[in-house]
Design a protein around this ligand. Structure first.
Ligand SMILES: NC(=O)c1ccc[n+]([C@@H]2O[C@H](COP(=O)([O-])OP(=O)(O)OC[C@H]3O[C@@H](n4cnc5c(N)ncnc54)[C@H](O)[C@@H]3O)[C@@H](O)[C@H]2O)c1
Length: 333
C-alpha cells in the first residue's frame, strides 16, 4: 500500500531549509494561500504562485487556472507541486495535480489545524460545483506532508476550534489519549505530539481502506449530522460548530443504542462550553426538507444511511438505518 511520508517541523525557517535541501527549485512549483503568503517568508527563488481561494472559488475555474500555471511552466509528471495552505487550497491543488498529465508529484504543507490533522492525509481532494460540496474529486496521495506548527500562530480562534473538533473526533474513534490532552490544556494544539496522534488515527484507517468501502466511514463520526446542520442553517453555522454538535448528537444516540458511558458526553460538553462552541441546534427546515438533504448526502445508498456511532470509546460502528429512522434519531435528541 502506498503511503505519504510525514515530517514534523517547528518553524517556517526549518520548512524553508527542508524545501531547499530536498526539492529542486527548477522542478518545483509552489502554490500558496494568499492569507499565508502575507504572513510568512518563503524562498523567493522558488517559482511561487499565490492563490486566493475559499469555498466559493473552490471550483473547476480555479483548477483550470492552476493547470494553466503548470502548463505554462512546462510541468511534467515529475514536477514537484508544493501546496502551502489550508484544506480548501489542498483540495483544489490536490485535484489539479492528480489530473494534470494524469498526476504530478504532490507535496502538501498544511497551514490550518484542520489541514494538519485531517485534510492533508488519506488522499481525498475535490472541488465544489452545483451538485454540491466536494462532489468532483479523486483519491490521490501526496508523496509527502510537511507539518509545520509555526503556521498555527496566525490562525483565528474559529479555525483553531474547527481543527480541534477533528482532533477530538480522532480521539473518540481511535485514541482516547487525544481527548485527555485536548480537555486538559487549551493550548495543546501547538503540540506536534498531539497533532501526530490525530494523524496516526486517520492514516491507520485510510491505509486499510483508502476508497471508503467500510472503515474509512468511521472518519465521518459526527459529520452526517454536522453537514445537515450546516445545510439547514444555510451555512450560517460554521463547519467546526456543526460537526461539534453532530458529535454530541452521535454520542447521545450511542448512549441509547449501545449504552455508551455518559461521562464521554459530559466531558465533551464541558469542552464545548469552555471553548464557546455551541452545544445545541434547533433545526429550521421541515422534516421532509431535512430528509431530502440527507438523501443527497454522499454517504447514502438506496435510501439507507450509515451512521457512525460508538459501541465503546475507540470502537466505532456503522449503523445502517433508513432515512426515516435517521430523522427520528436526529430529531429525537
Ligand atoms: N480532503 C480531505 O480529506 C478533507 C478533510 C477535511 C476537510 N476538507 C476540506 O477542507 C476545507 C476546510 O479546510 P480549512 O478549515 O483548512 O479551511 P481553509 O483552507 O479555508 O482555511 C481557513 C482560513 O484560514 C486561512 N488560513 C490558512 N492557514 C492559515 C494560517 N496559517 N494563518 C492564517 N490564516 C490561515 C485560509 O486562508 C482561510 O481563510 C473544506 O473545503 C473541506 O471540504 C478536506
Amino acid at each position: 500500500m502506498q503511503e505519504s511520508k510525514i515530517s514534523y517541523l517547528d518553524t517556517v525557517d526549518e520548512l524553508n531549509s527542508y524545501l531547499n535541501k530536498n526539492l529542486n527549485k527548477d522542478t518545483s512549483i509552489i502554490f500558496v494561500d494568499s492569507n499565508v503568503k502575507s504572513k510568512y517568508e518563503f524562498d523567493e527563488n522558488y517559482n511561487i504562485h499565490e492563490v486566493l481561494v475559499n469555498e466559493e472559488t473552490k471550483n473547476i475555474t480555479t483548477v483550470e487556472k492552476i493547470w494553466e500555471i503548470m502548463h505554462s511552466n512546462s510541468a511534467t509528471r515529475s514536477t514537484n507541486v508544493i501546496c502551502i495552505g489550508g484544506g480548501v487550497l489542498s483540495d483544489v491543488v490536490g485535484f489539479a495535480t492528480s489530473t494534470y498529465k494524469r498526476g504530478a508529484n504532490l507535496i502538501l504543507v498544511p497551514t490550518s489545524l484542520l489541514a494538519m490533522v485531517d485534510a492533508s492525509h488519506g488522499g481525498k481532494n475535490g472541488v465544489n460545483n452545483n451538485y454540491g460540496k466536494n462532489q468532483i474529486g479523486t483519491f490521490y496521495l501526496p508523496s509527502e506532508v510537511l507539518v509545520c506548527v509555526e503556521f498555527l500562530k496566525s490562525l483565528n480562534k474559529e479555525d483553531i476550534n474547527t481543527g480541534l473538533i477533528e482532533a477530538i473526533k480522532a480521539g473518540f474513534i481511535g485514541n482516547k489519549k487525544i481527548l485527555d490532552l485536548v480537555y486538559g490544556d487549551d493550548t495543546i494544539y501547538f503540540d506536534k505530539g498531539l497533532i501526530q496522534l490525530a494523524i496516526d488515527v486517520k492514516t491507520k484507517i485510510t491505509k486499510e481502506d483508502l476508497k471508503e468501502s467500510d472503515k474509512r466511514m468511521y472518519l465521518n463520526f459526527g459529520h452526517t449530522i454536522g453537514h445537515l446542520i450546516e445545510s439547514d442553517s444555510n451555512y450560517q453555522i460554521s463547519h467546526g460548530q456543526a460537526v461539534g454538535i453532530g458529535i454530541l448528537i452521535a454520542l447521545e444516540i450511542s448512549e441509547k443504542e449501545y449504552n455508551l458511558d455518559q461521562s464521554y458526553k459530559k466531558n465533551y460538553m464541558t469542552f464545548l462550553n469552555n471553548s464557546s462552541l455551541k452545544s445545541h441546534y434547533k433545526f429550521q427546515k421541515s422534516r421532509s426538507e431535512l430528509m431530502t438533504i440527507l438523501s443527497n448526502d454522499k454517504k447514502v445508498n438506496n435510501s439507507k444511511i450509515n451512521f457512525v456511532l460508538l459501541e465503546e470509546i475507540e470502537k466505532p460502528v456503522l449503523k445502517e438505518v433508513d432515512i426515516e429512522q435517521a430523522m427520528e434519531l436526529i430529531l429525537d435528541e
